[in-house]
Ligand binder design. Structure first.
Ligand SMILES: [Zn+2]
Length: 366
């Protein structure tokens, strides 16, 4: 018999007129050696036929193991190796669905495999299960995916994971740089929620105080636990994974990426489009957060910068291989990335002088 959750899966979410539909993960498992929990979850959801989206590395890390695990229990599996986070990859998965009629997509990876898996799940009205192999961004539990198109990356509404299985042993195999990037992505919430409130005041956009507070709490929780994050051990990983998940849940409650994505994300997206060698998403968002807080006159930029430095996170563009020109250019074009997303950058964006001033004042460039 089809489970109720599966039948409800086609339901959209977010704010629709006077209706607010919230979709967040039902099951979150965080810990060591937790992949075997998939069997129970898949059984409880009556899933019989799955598509696993992997990358070449994550296939070896967890994909092949999951495939064996499920097949041993009689669950059919197909594997899709994702090369680029694009609509083309999504279409490959959708075509496989026409042949095999999947009832769930399991995304195994850091960024692109989860993003592509989430969108395939949406297009095929399948359930989505997230198995993160890094803790580098808050997409692991959010209902949003970021795909690369000709004009840069863009964010779209996808299927929120019904379950998140975060195996800390597997995540601990990824480089420490990814873990720090994850911290940057959560810290971004400190600026993002202010942009959201501003858009509410100036443009009358919907603002949900609960979701905003949850996003803010995820970031403040990290600052409070600096003594844990200074290490790279299981406790530190668990702390960042929990913060990333609660950040993603804040977006699910808001029905938009607003609680975790403001002008600092626009700056990072702008860099992705123009930098010779962009840094990691969360690293760029961290720089953006410091500069945008400074631009809005919020002295918290100093507190955030000092925290990031103490945990060993780069706060200078050159440490990330980004040039002064790339930073200034990205700051001045950031407002054009998503014109409908009103932020502290306003409709006109930053001029060269302001961009230079905040980059210099915060020490992002010298
Ligand atoms: Zn992000």
């Amino acid at each position: 018999m089809e489970s109720v959750l599966k039948r409800l899966n086609g339901l959209s979410f977010g704010l629709m007129g006077n209706k607010h539909i919230i979709r967040i993960p039902s099951i979150v498992v965080i810990g060591q050696e937790v992949l075997t929990n998939l069997i129970e979850i898949i059984g409880s959801l009556s899933i019989k036929n799955t598509l696993i989206t992997v990358g070449s590395l994550t296939r070896k890390l967890a994909g092949d193991y999951i495939k064996k695990l499920l097949e041993r229990k009689g669950v059919k599996t197909k594997m899709l190796e994702v090369n680029t986070p694009s609509m083309n990859s999504v279409m490959e998965g959708v075509e496989l669905h026409y042949k095999h009629n999947f009832d769930a997509v399991i995304g195994v990876g850091g960024g692109k495999n989860l993003d592509v898996g989430k969108v395939i799940a949406k297009e095929t009205k399948s359930l989505f299960i997230s198995v993160p192999t890094t803790a580098s961004h808050d997409g692991i539990a959010s209902p949003f995916a970021s795909l690369r198109e000709r004009r840069g990356r863009h964010s779209l509404q996808a299927t929120p994971p019904i379950a998140v299985i975060a195996d800390i042993d597997i995540i601990s195999k990824s480089p420490r740089r990814f873990f720090r990037a994850g911290i940057g992505d959560v810290i971004a919430n400190i600026n993002a929620v202010q942009d959201w409130l501003l858009a509410h005041k100036v443009k009358g956009e919907y603002y949900g105080e609960y979701a905003a507070n949850l996003a803010l709490m995820s970031a403040e929780h990290l600052i409070k636990n600096e003594h844990i994050l200074i290490n790279y051990d299981l406790e530190a990983l668990r702390t960042i994974v929990e913060a990333l998940i609660s950040s993603g849940i804040a977006m699910g409650i808001a029905g938009s990426s607003r609680p975790g994505s403001g002008a600092e994300h626009l700056f990072s997206h702008a860099l992705d489009g123009i930098a010779k060698k962009p840094a990691l998403h969360g690293e760029q968002c961290a720089l953006g957060t410091i500069m945008m807080l400074c631009y809005r006159g919020d002295d918290n930029w100093i507190r955030v910068k000092e925290f990031l430095e103490r945990i060993g996170m780069p706060t200078k563009a050159k440490e990330l291989g980004l040039s002064v020109d790339e930073v200034i250019k990205a700051l001045t074009i950031a407002h054009k990335i998503r014109p409908e997303r009103y932020t502290i950058l306003g409709e006109k964006g930053l001029n060269f002088q302001d961009a230079y001033r905040i980059a210099y004042e915060t020490g992002v460039i010298d």
